[in-house]
Ligand binder design. Structure first.
Ligand code: F6P
Length: 359
């Protein structure tokens, strides 16, 4: 029989996204109101447990944050305790600080931890869970590439942000007889590109899962010109690549994708004979107020995570499957990335609508 939980911590790991604050708020409101937990907010992901950056969270701290983007706990991508980098004089040393995480969690009196994260954070969480840290995870990623859940916090808001951009670009593309190329996020998975492109009436959508032929994309654009529509909207995921080519990086050393929009714009201008402009949506997709869907999802996930904690059911990730919130092992969620199946319903829906996927 495990000891009853009295004190819990909550942290947000990796990149931020809309909906994190709604989840933190729900953890605090129900954690205090229903379970009588004492709650600590751990700052900047697992780094907060390495450095003991933690503060008590009460109802006052989470008042009025359901509609706020970002995370009140701060976020960093440099929080992996197994490869933690610290400056020692001129040198940067990489150390394993996982032992400190367990020790500091115990010093803070944490009986359990709620971890909000994407693939990278959940890989860390799984290792710490194996080492004996009692935790429950909540999936968040605008890329929506975590397995085991139909959707993660942040995805819906990001798709709507991209869709609204496409809606606005239509009129200017039409007025100027231009091709507008919109580069969206999604380094390995094309969910944002495909969903926003279908919803926003794109003519061409290029995603990482389908290496594209620029000639095929151009056929669609020139076909439209012949029909008296000499303008087009092209959506391209940052991780998309042409057949036989690699991904495009703006900073290869740090694996920062970017530049595919610019690259294909030059090629489209040549083959389609239309002036072409590029818009990189970038971190705009990670910002802003969460949609009602993300607020409700974040709240449902948080409440279910608390239930699991109260039952002592650790090492799980809450997930949405067929409209139901469930718990799955974290290792299932990180076993493989959830990518678009090129032969599945979403891709074929796009093509049935006359959208070219560059194949
Ligand atoms: O993981 C989500 C994501 O939005 C990716 O699509 C993108 O490549 C990455 O974050 C960029 O994040 P950052 O600038 O925080 O490293």
């Amino acid at each position: 029989m495990s000891t009853p939980v009295k004190t819990i911590g909550v942290l947000t790991g990796g990149g931020d996204c809309p909906g994190l604050n709604a989840a933190i708020r729900a953890v605090v409101k129900a954690g205090i109101g229903i379970y009588g937990f004492e709650i600590f907010g751990i700052e900047t992901g697992f780094e907060g447990l390495i450095k003991k950056y933690a503060r008590p969270l009460n109802l006052e701290e989470v008042r009025g944050i359901v509609n706020k983007g970002g995370t009140i706990l701060g976020a960093t991508r440099r929080h992996d305790p197994f490869h933690y980098q610290e400056r020692a004089g001129e040198e940067i040393k990489t150390m394993d600080r996982s032992g400190d995480i367990l020790q500091h969690a115990s010093e803070l009196g944490l009986d359990a931890l709620v971890v909000l994260g994407g693939d990278g954070t959940l890989r860390i969480a799984e290792r710490l869970s194996q080492m004996g840290l009692p935790l429950v995870a909540i999936p968040k990623t605008i890329d929506n590439d975590l397995s085991g859940t139909d959707v993660a916090i942040g995805f819906n808001t990001a798709v709507i942000t991209a869709m609204e951009a496409l809606d606005k670009l239509h009129s200017t593309a039409e007025s100027h007889h231009r091709v507008m190329v919109v580069e969206v996020m999604g380094n390995k998975a094309g969910w944002i590109g495909l969903e926003s492109g279908i919803a926003g009436g794109a003519d061409v959508i290029l995603i990482p899962e389908i290496p594209f032929s620029i000639e095929k994309a151009c056929e669609k654009i020139t076909g439209r010109t012949k029909l008296g529509r000499p303008f087009s909207i092209v959506v391209v995921s940052e991780g998309a690549k042409a057949l036989g080519r690699e991904e495009t990086y703006i900073d290869p050393k740090r694996y920062r994708l970017g530049g595919i929009g610019q690259q294909i714009a030059a090629e489209i201008e040549k083959c389609a004979g239309l002036e072409t402009r590029v818009l990189v949506l970038g971190h705009l997709q990670r910002g802003g107020s969460p949609t009602s869907f993300d607020r409700v999802l974040a709240s449902r996930f948080a409440i279910h995570a608390l239930r699991l904690i109260a039952q002592g059911n650790f090492g799980k990730m809450v997930a949405l499957r067929n409209a139901e919130v469930q718990a799955i092992p974290i290792e299932t969620a990180i076993a493989s990335l959830k990518t678009v199946d090129p032969n599945d319903d979403l891709a074929s829906t796009a093509e049935a609508l006359g959208i070219s996927l560059g194949r």
